[in-house]
Design a protein around this ligand. Structure first.
Ligand code: SER
Length: 322
């Protein structure tokens, strides 16, 4: 088979997507790549090829695709929302420059491309509840601007050049393997670590900030399923809304406290990240994904919380509660 290339493989998503792809398609068929080198040149799963790749360099992408006979690219390398707001020029350079070069290489070599879009592709003018698949998108963050432009660019490459581009609008992702790097929804991951380590957490969003969230195993499965879907059934192709759960920091804290009695949260609001969160959907309508390729989440707030706590206890060496 032609190989699968994952860019940004050492990030929060890549750390779990690469092992899952290797399990499905075989270790040697999945090339992990990142601008950050792994000591010893092996990738996080240690079971397949790892390559250094700077996605803003077209020659590096083309060289890697040619050498490994790549047929599908999961293009994950990007800056997240909070970092992008601090460094908007870098965010444009990487998020747009990287995607453009990946799409050009895909056009040249006939590769399929997966692109993660986000709840960040919406803005304050979008309906926040039951956010439709096709609706107004006027984001007010640089992250959102790059995500909307990326969705459009993927549509363009599909229509104009026949590149098989597909993608999802992912909610905030909760995971225990790798930490997220500078997003607005990171609080939901941090809260678990701090609850287990210290029994308390200082949250940078207000207690009642409701956002769409998803557990990483569901997100990884969605990314694999959308690329395997029958193209004849895909009307939207790119940027499918996918949803699983929707909660506030206060509700997550209450769920964690059911397992860790006495767990407490203080609120010390970061105005920049609060403004970003206030411009995003609280719950997306994922009907198109359900209809066109059979999307269905497996984890809700309670099952995700129990699983996260079990896995993090093992990882951090904290004994299970009595
Ligand atoms: N989780 C991302 C962020 O907070 C949203 O896509 O930036």
């Amino acid at each position: 088979m032609k190989k699968i290339l994952v860019t940004g493989a050492q990030g929060q998503i890549g750390s779990e997507l690469v092992p899952a792809l290797r399990e499905s398609y075989g270790g040697g068929n999945v090339v992990a790549s990142d601008v950050r080198m792994r000591p010893g040149g092996s990738d996080s799963a240690g079971e397949g090829p790892f390559e250094h790749l700077d996605c803003t360099k077209g020659r590096e992408i083309r060289d890697l695709i040619g050498r490994h006979d790549v047929g599908t690219i999961y293009h994950l390398a990007a800056l997240l929302s909070a970092v992008a707001e601090e460094r908007p020029q870098d965010a444009w350079h990487l998020n747009m420059g990287g995607l453009y070069r990946v799409l050009e290489a895909a056009r040249h070599y006939g590769c399929a491309v997966f692109l993660p879009s986000s709840i960040g592709a919406f803005g304050p003018a979008t309906p926040r509840e039951n956010t439709p698949q096709d609706t107004i998108q006027r984001p007010t963050t640089m992250y959102g601007v790059t995500k909307v432009a990326s969705e459009l660019l993927c549509d363009y490459y599909a229509q104009r050049f026949g590149v098989d581009t597909r993608g999802l609008r992912l909610p905030g992702l909760i995971s225990h393997v790798a930490l997220p790097g500078g997003g607005t929804t990171d609080y939901a991951v941090e809260m678990f670590y701090q609850a287990l380590r210290y029994g308390q957490y200082r949250c940078f969003l207000k207690a009642d900030t409701r956002l769409d969230m998803m557990y990483m195993p569901d997100a990884v499965r969605a990314m694999i399923e959308v690329m395997a879907a029958d193209p004849a059934r895909l009307v939207h192709r790119n940027a499918f809304n996918v949803a699983a759960m929707s909660f506030t920091p206060q509700e997550l804290a209450a769920e964690i406290a059911r397992h860790i009695p006495g767990f407490s949260v203080e609120y010390d609001v970061d105005p920049i990240r609060q403004a970003i969160a206030d411009s995003w959907p609280q719950s997306m309508d994922d009907g198109a994904a359900r209809e066109e390729w059979g999307w269905a989440p497996q984890y809700g707030l309670d099952s995700m919380t129990s699983h996260m706590l079990d896995e993090l206890r093992k990882k951090l060496g904290i004994p299970a509660a009595e």
